[in-house]
Design a protein around this ligand. Structure first.
Ligand SMILES: Cc1ncc(COP(=O)(O)O)c(C=O)c1O
Length: 361
């Protein structure tokens, strides 16, 4: 059973998954590892799921290079629950946390912080509609409980090319670019990523945190909102999304087999090809994002003449290219080039853009 091979899904998430991952997931729904049980039926306590968690956690450690001084947990509630859990756990009422406000999700994280303590904006590009990354703050106050930032801004199409230095615990939302390039994950005290972009199906969020962060939890919290409880119960405090975690395991295996080096090489090639095509003809296509801050994951662009955009969307639709419309707050187009998208997929898009240009000059 294969999905439509000619269809290319450039959606920002839930995003395209490799055919082999989809096939393995489909098989597991019918009969998981020849157990006669569906993956949807296996108990979340017991050796079958223990083995899934153990292998997933080991692959996360291997792919990110974090050691035994970090904990790996899988949580429900999406990125938005992390926006709330981070201050709930690490920001005491009289304390202050810093946020870099680089886009919609970064701003949402910031707003959540202020429910629990003082959440301050250290740097923001909100006034320029997030078309560039904010400056990294030069003097980060030493007494901040943590500094939160978003490595890739999914909606606006900007990305930090590396993880900047911080003199306080650094917390990173890596939801839309985890495993997309080599990166020093160890410079973060905590990083997290929703699964539905580079890592699997919606329903689960990967959280990796330095063990010593658990000492910083001062509030008395209900267990489901307390990182220490999830660590203590090895991600099975409640009945976890077993299937979503299994799909993440399939994606982690795929990521390891392809290798982060090759993934990064392809991501560079894909994004360079698409940006080059857009830049080649500034009278037809355009980009508002600062050139130095362009994302390699979400390429946000538009037609120079906005009136032509719907025609291009229609052309994409009739050529089986999906998910290309820009976020409703930005408009235009957004091609999400997550790890599953191949160089050939981007070549197909570029050639369609060229046809459209020829026929609509
Ligand atoms: C960078 C980033 N963080 C957080 C989120 C929110 O994730 P969720 O919808 O799972 O809460 C998204 C969603 O696209 C995102 O792109």
């Amino acid at each position: 059973m294969t999905k439509n091979k000619t269809l290319i899904n450039f959606g920002a998430g839930p995003a395209a998954l490799p055919q082999e991952v989809l096939s393995a997931a489909a098989t597991a729904v019918i009969n998981y590892n020849n157990t006669g049980l569906s993956i949807l039926e296996i108990p979340h306590r017991g050796e079958l799921f223990d083995a899934i968690l153990e292998e997933s956690n080991a692959l996360v450690r291997e792919l990110t290079g974090v050691g035994e001084d970090y904990e790996v947990i899988w949580l429900p509630g999406g990125g938005r629950l992390q926006f709330a859990m981070i201050p709930m756990n690490f920001l005491a009422p009289e304390a202050t946390a810093g946020y870099i406000d680089s886009g919609h999700w970064a701003n949402d994280a910031l707003k959540n912080g202020s429910y629990y303590g003082a959440a301050i904006t250290l740097s923001s590009t909100r006034d320029s509609n997030y078309t560039s990354l904010p400056l990294w703050p030069q003097n980060i106050p030493d007494d901040l409980s943590y500094l939160h930032f978003t490595t890739n801004n999914t909606i606006y199409g900007t990305q930090w090319s590396n993880i900047p230095a911080a003199n306080v615990p650094l917390i990173a939302d890596m939801s839309s670019d985890i495993f997309s390039r080599q990166r020093d994950y160890r410079s973060c005290a905590l990083f997290y990523a929703v699964a539905q972009k580079n890592m699997g199906a919606a329903g689960v969020t990967l959280v990796v945190l330095r063990k010593e962060m658990l000492q910083q939890i001062q509030r008395s919290l209900p267990p489901m909102l307390d990182y220490a409880q999830h660590v203590q119960h090895n991600s099975v405090l409640n009945t976890p999304p077993v299937f979503a975690i299994y799909v993440s395991l399939l994606m982690l295996r795929w990521t390891k087999t392809k290798g982060i080096l090759q993934i990064e090489k392809d991501n560079n090639e894909k994004s360079e090809m698409l940006y080059a095509e857009i830049d080649r003809n500034p009278m037809f296509y355009g980009i508002v994002v600062n050139k130095d801050h362009r994302s390699k994951m979400n390429v946000v662009f538009r037609c120079h003449e906005a009136s032509k955009e719907q025609a291009f969307l229609n052309l994409c639709e009739s050529n089986n290219i999906k998910g290309i419309a820009g976020h409703r707050s930005v408009g235009g187009f957004r091609a999400s080039l997550y790890n599953t998208i191949s160089v050939a997929d981007v070549e197909t898009l570029v050639s369609l853009m060229q046809d459209f240009e020829q026929n609509n000059k």
